[in-house]
Design a protein around this ligand. Structure first.
Ligand code: HEM
Length: 366
């Protein structure tokens, strides 16, 4: 008997690990008609692991001081071996994550998987989306470039329009009247500690919900039936389904490989997409560079603020839209999940996606 097997037997006799693995891998059955959209959760887990690993490596050389931050990032890019690769993967990775997050959310919406009994899975997921955007926003300031400085100045300026607390909110976010060292300090603390800690706890809760409730059956095909209504807890079983391991893991791996290839493709062949010229100049509070725009995923919000007659109205519209989405499972309570039987929802969905794309393109070119 090999040493490895002996050790495995030793541990198994004490902790029963094989049983846990079996229950969660080969005996964990997923719906037979499960589709590729269900792999996006695993894609996100992988991409976040890449972000954590590259983020820790960046921390070795990054200096969160307004006099040093820009120079330390330049050093990472030009002097540290493979520093450019680590930094570019981290910066481009945040964009690919937002893309995967949006696709994951859109697929869950389309298939109605946010409905009972998955309301808590949805709420945890939506908070993860907001936290991820918070991490993108705080990370954007850290290189202390012209782009970082002015994008953060514009983003924090909009809270000025909040009634009564506008000025206080801006001061709170910036730690002063202008973006400066206190802003860099608090954004750094949130980006590398505050948000990731919260994020880790929420991911664990999200995964607990997914496993405890069971994966939803895709609402397609003529044999689809809504699970019977139940007021007590019931794990959704899929007798005769496909095992999570190795069958579904192989599908997960293929889509994960696609997203990693996309990430590396952009890193090697089109990094300029995410590094406009203002990203290569150190922050200068006295020179506003022309055409500062937020990242693509904030363009819809930026354009809404520009189009509506007052910034306050824009903030209110955005606040209502975000709250409605967060509370969606409690507002849309019908158990029907088949898209063909939810024409009103599907029309609102198509309209919402079209509006998001149109506002983003308009924001980009305006
Ligand atoms: C860091 C971000 C996230 C991670 C790591 C993550 C991870 C996962 C994983 C692994 C699954 C199970 C497989 C699958 O259906 O994809 C899942 C399911 C789910 N996620 Fe997420 N997720 C994240 C964000 C979100 C967001 C932003 C939402 C919605 C706003 C969301 C809503 C859901 C729902 C409702 C399910 C249950 C799907 C079902 O059972 O059919 N998640 N998530």
């Amino acid at each position: 008997m090999g040493l490895g097997k002996k050790m495995a037997d030793f541990i198994d006799a004490r902790l029963g690990i094989r049983d846990i693995l079996e229950q969660n891998l080969t005996k964990y059955l997923l719906p037979r008609n499960i589709n590729a959209w269900y792999t996006l959760g695993a894609v996100l887990l992988t991409l976040f692991t890449v972000q954590i690993a590259t983020g820790i490596l960046l921390l070795i050389y990054y200096n969160p001081n307004t006099d040093e931050a820009f120079r330390s990032v330049q050093r990472i890019m030009n002097e540290v071996p493979f520093g450019w690769l680590i930094r570019t993967i981290h910066a481009v990775g945040s964009n690919i994550i937002v893309l995967a997050l949006l696709l994951h959310m859109l697929s869950v919406l389309f298939m109605g998987s946010y409905k009972r009994p998955r309301e808590l899975t949805w709420v945890a997921g939506f908070l993860l989306l907001l936290l991820s955007l918070g991490m993108c926003l705080t990370g954007y300031l850290l290189p202390w470039s012209q782009l970082s400085f002015w994008a953060t100045t514009v983003a924090t300026n909009s809270s000025q329009e909040l009634p009564m607390i506008g000025d206080a909110a801006v001061r709170f976010l910036r730690g002063g009247a202008m973006v400066g060292q206190p802003t860099l300090g608090r954004f750094f603390a949130l980006h590398v500690m505050g948000f990731p800690l919260l994020f880790g706890m929420l991911v664990l809760f999200h995964l607990f919900c997914v496993r405890r409730v069971g994966i939803s059956r895709p609402p397609f095909g003529h044999d689809w039936q809504a699970p019977p209504p139940s007021t007590t807890f019931r794990h959704e079983e899929h007798p005769g389904g496909i095992p999570f391991f190795p069958h579904y893991v192989a599908k997960d791996a293929a889509i994960i490989a696609f997203f990693l290839a996309l990430l590396l493709g952009v890193v090697f062949f089109a990094p300029g997409l995410f590094f406009p010229p203002a990203a290569f100049e150190p922050a200068d509070p006295f020179v506003t560079p022309p055409g500062i725009k937020p990242e693509w995923y904030f363009l819809w919000a930026y354009q809404t603020l520009k189009l509506l007659p007052s910034e306050f109205l824009g903030l209110a519209v955005q606040g209502v839209a975000v709250t409605l989405l967060l509370l969606l499972p409690f507002l849309d309570r019908s158990p029907e999940r088949r898209p063909s039987r939810r024409p009103l929802f599907v029309s609102a969905y198509v309209l919402g996606v079209a509006l998001f794309v149109a506002l983003s393109v308009w924001g980009h070119y305006s």
